[in-house]
Each structure stands twice: as C-alpha cells, then as structure tokens.
Design a protein around this ligand. Structure first.
Ligand SMILES: CC(=O)N[C@H]1[C@@H](OP(=O)(O)O)O[C@H](CO)[C@@H](O)[C@@H]1O
Ligand SMILES: [Mg+2]
Length: 540
C-alpha cells in the first residue's frame, strides 16, 4: 500500500551529516539545506492542528534578519503564540529522522503517544517573506501538508506578525473573542482605525522615515499607509525607504533593524536630517528600533528598552487618568540584555515591577501573560504589550466619572486595539510609539532624555562547543564551564557600574558576551576581558 508520508519524505530527502534544531526562532539555516525540513514541518503542523481538534496552526517561512541566502521556518499556535516547547522537541526529532520510513513511522508514533485521531481535520495557514528561496520551500512544505491530508490556506507574502494575526483571527472567528477579519485588508483596517482613534485628534509632529530592510515590511507598510489618516486629516507623514523587494539579494544588507542596532548607525541610504525621527524594521517586520542624528550628527538609538519604557509610562498614565489604578497593575518584562539604566528607570522612576527572563520572545511572552498588563521588549526591538482577560474586561466595563476620565479611557481602549497582542509587530509597535509621542508632545530628544543608557558592548565569541556554556538566573550567570563565573565576577568588580554576562546563542554558533559600565572605555574593556575568559574556557 502506498504511504504518502514516506513518499513526500522520499521526494525531499534529508542531506547527510546535518543536524537540525528548532531553536529560539524555529529552524533557521542556509536555504539550500532546508527542503527536507519544510516537508517534515508540514507533517508536524498537521499533527499539531489535529492534536488541537482541527484549530488553525500557522507556518511562517522566514529567516528574519539573517542574510539573503538563509531561510527558516517557524510554527504558530492557535492564538498566535510561539509553538509549545514539547512540540519544538518533536519537530527537532522529526527533522532529524534519516529515512522516509523513519519519518512515516515517527509520524504515526506521535499520533499514538499523543492520542491524536488522524481522521480529525487538520488546518494550516502558511505565509512567507520575500526571500528568493521562499517559493521552492513553500512547495516542499505543501508536499508535507498534502501527504498528511491537511487543508491549507496560503497567504503568499506576509510579515510574520500578519501571519500570527491571521491564525488568531481564523481561530476566534464568530466567538466573543473574535480578533478581526482574517484577511490582509482586515489587518490594515483594524490597525488603521485603532491608530486614528488612539490619536484622538492629536497630530504627530514632524514625519517618520521607515527603513524596511528591503524585506516584506516594505510593500506591507505601503499598503497600511492607505488605511491611515492622511497628513491633511491630521495624520503622520511616513517616508518609506529600503523597500526594494524586487532584488531579494538586498534584504537586510546595509539596512534594517539588526544593522542599525548592531552597528549603532543609520542605514547609509537614509536621507533624514538632524533630529528627524527614523525607525528600522527587520526582514520579517516583527522588530523595530527608532533612532535619530542630533545637530552635531551624533547617532542616537532608541531601542526596545526605550520603547518599553515609553509605552509603560503612557499606559500607566492612562490607567491612572481613567480611574483604573486600583484594579490594574503594569509590569515590564526584559532580558539580561536590557540596559541597566532602563531597568533602573522602570523600577525607580516609573515605579513598576521588572521581570527578567531568558532570551527569546516566548519566555518574555509567558512572563508577561502572568501580569494584568505586561509590557515586554527585547533590547533589539522584539516585543509587544499583552492584557490579561480580566484586565480587558475591566477596561471594557469601566464607567468614566468625568470628562477627563472619559478622554483617557477612550484613548486607552483604542490603544488596546492598536497593539497586536498575538505577537510583537513592528508595524503596530511603530504606530503605538507615534501615538505616545503625539500625546506626550515629545520629540525624539525628549524621549532620549528620560534616562542615559550605560555604555555597553555586545561581542560574539566562537568556541569549539557552545553547548558547554550553561547558565542560570535568566542567563545572567554561568554554571558551566566550572569556575568561569567567579573570574567574570572579578572583572565586573574592577569597573564602575559594571555588569557582564556570557551565554550560548540560540540562533548562531557562538557565545555572546554583554558588558556595560559607567564609561565607554570601561564597558569595552570589560567586554574584551570577559570574551577572553570565554575563549580560554571554550578552547578544549
Ligand atoms: C542578543 C540578541 O539580540 N539575541 C537575539 C537572538 O537570539 P540569540 O539566542 O542571542 O542568538 O535571536 C533571537 C531570535 O530572533 C532574538 O529573540 C534574540 O533577542
Ligand atoms: Mg524578525
């Protein structure tokens, strides 16, 4: 009897000698060795959907900020969350099965151990970024989906957050928690209307230059702009740059959020003048950073930490002004990469609680889910705000006692709509920042002056086996190799306001070293010394 699963696996055989891992952001590597992975991800997606009684599961083909020759794939849970950890492990095992027969057997094994009825419908929604390899990889994925008998919807090109949005909409359609219409138009209408309502007549000052990393964010932002109030209607003037998707080889090259954050400079193509507000998206538009050059042409970055503090203070004001402060508390979730000055500002000036989690959006998201309002951002610009069910109900139910409370409550309700709660979304985050700046009547200089970042340095160290570096305390301390943490502590003691840590990257074959201190020289020195310790301990 023909076995469609084995046949699909046979059509896209796994290359010999490679090991794949479902990492921080799914599978991600050189595009030309991903065919077999995509087919197997199709099988896993079908099983996951069946395990969840036929709810829609998302598959996004993207490698985000990686070079044009890379690609990747990640799975999205029914409400737009990242894949459950247990299923990451199943995905990894499936990706590494050697033969078509092994793949087919493992498919049935998962069904058996997880009590999945293979007669249950499977529904999967698919999209991709603009990489040249995307079309071929989509074909490999579809072969897996068809072999598993899944229904699938292909949305073509979408940003990663748009795909998360579609998944959540499809699964909540017709319920009291309906998230929106599961179409691109639905996405633009929802966020466009929320932006207008949240501005509530306030006009953003000046324009905004948006660098789209030559990725899928370019055409999608151009479309979104059509749904935003025009300049004449009191809207925002947006200048789109680096939106060339005709040449996929230009993706993330000398542009994009990762370039700006890593090099601490604006993309060379930017024509923005002094004090002009600019931001950069990454290749799949799930991350955004702001920046500007001052009158002396000095570059200033307003990263994820800054967005988190800006948004947390704004929401705090709205909650107080609407008379909800006794019922709702706000917390901020960061990783160890958050600047020490940002953490101090949130705790001491905003007087809000800060949680620190390991690197990777899924950890921040889980921690934020435990809060009434959880503002979570990685320093590199991934993040969003999530509201608990009770908080959403309290905001919906609340009755304003005076015009001041009503004004704040209206803005708060529109702001909730503006935030993509399925996942961090560069386009929605960008509109949110614009709303906050407009209401506070702040320039980028005002925003920057809230606190002074401690000078910091991020280094990458190549070692023979990065898995030997094991951490504890939200990755802030190393437990292995033995003895190294004590040496790092000694180096930290030598500088003023010093903090440093080292951890194995979840997306690259390297150990990352982060250091900050009172001055640039001390931060650089500390980073270099810790990197030397890592090198010495990692060379075996
Ligand atoms: C220091 C840093 O920026 N790390 C990034 C990077 O993870 P690493 O595990 O550090 O490689 O990629 C992740 C996925 O995009 C992102 O969530 C994270 O913030
Ligand atoms: Mg990304």
């Amino acid at each position: 009897m023909a076995d469609p699963i084995a046949e699909a696996a046979q059509k896209h055989p796994a290359p010999e000698g490679l090991t794949y891992t479902y990492g921080t952001a799914g599978f991600r590597t050189k595009a030309d060795v991903l065919d077999s992975v995509l087919t197997r991800v199709g099988l896993i997606a079908a099983l996951r959907s069946r395990a969840l009684k036929g709810q829609w599961i998302g598959v996004m083909i993207t490698a985000s900020h990686n070079p044009p020759g890379d690609n990747g794939v990640k799975l999205v849970e029914p409400l737009g969350n990242m894949l459950q950890e247990e299923w990451e492990v199943l995905s990894t095992t499936m990706a590494n099965k050697a033969t078509p027969e092994d793949v087919s057997q493992y498919y049935r094994d998962i069904a058996k151990t997880h009590r999945i009825d293979l007669a249950t419908p499977a529904r999967v929604v698919v999209a991709r970024d603009t990489r040249a390899s995307g079309a071929r990889l989509l074909g490999c994925l579809v072969d897996g989906l068809k072999a598993a008998g899944a229904d699938y919807k292909d949305f073509g090109f979408l940003t990663t957050p748009q795909l998360h949005y579609m998944v959540r909409c499809l699964n909540t359609e017709g319920t009291p928690n309906a998230y929106g219409s599961p179409t691109e138009k639905g996405y633009y209408e929802k966020f466009g209307a929320a932006f207008k309502n949240a501005l509530k007549g306030k006009k953003p000052s000046g324009g905004l230059t948006v660098d789209c990393a030559n990725g899928v964010g370019g055409p999608k932002l151009t479309e979104l702009i059509k749904y935003l109030p025009s300049e004449d209607e009191g809207g925002l003037k947006i200048t789109v740059i680096n939106d060339n998707v005709i040449k996929p080889d230009s993706l993330n090259v000398e542009c994009g959020a990762d370039y700006v954050k890593t090099n601490q400079r604006a993309p060379p193509s930017s024509k923005a003048g002094p004090n002009d507000r600019c931001c950069s998206l990454d290749g799949d538009a799930d991350r955004v950073v702001y920046y500007f050059k001052d009158d002396s042409n000095v570059f200033h970055l307003l990263d994820g930490d800054r967005i988190a503090t800006l948004v947390a203070s704004f929401l705090g004001d709205l909650i107080r002004q609407s008379g909800l402060a006794e019922q709702i508390t706000i917390g901020v979730v960061q990783t160890a990469y958050a600047n020490g000055a940002a953490t101090k500002y949130v705790e001491q000036t905003l007087k809000l609680k800060v949680d620190c989690t390991p690197t990777g959006v899924k950890y921040l998201h889980h921690a934020a889910e435990k809060l009434d309002i959880g503002v979570y951002f990685e320093a590199n610009g991934h993040g969003t705000v999530i509201f608990s069910h009770e908080t959403l109900e309290a905001i919906a139910r609340h009755e304003a006692r005076n015009p001041g409370q009503k004004e704040a409550l209206d803005i708060l309700r529109a702001t909730v709509e503006l935030i993509n709660q399925a996942v961090g979304d560069a386009l929605s985050d960008m509109l949110l920042v614009e709303v906050v700046l407009a209401h506070k009547n702040w320039t980028v200089q005002n925003w920057l002056s809230t606190y002074d970042d401690l000078p910091n340095r991020l280094l990458k160290v190549t070692v023979s086996d990065r898995n030997r570096f094991q951490t504890t305390d939200a990755e802030r301390r190393l437990v292995k190799p033995e003895g190294i943490q004590k040496l790092i502590d000694q180096e930290v003691q030598k500088v003023r306001q010093g903090r440093a840590f080292a951890r194995a990257s979840g997306t690259e074959d390297a150990v990352r070293v982060y250091a900050e201190a009172a001055t640039r020289a001390e931060a650089d020195d500390l980073a270099r010394r810790v990197a030397d310790l890592v090198k010495a301990a990692g060379t075996v």
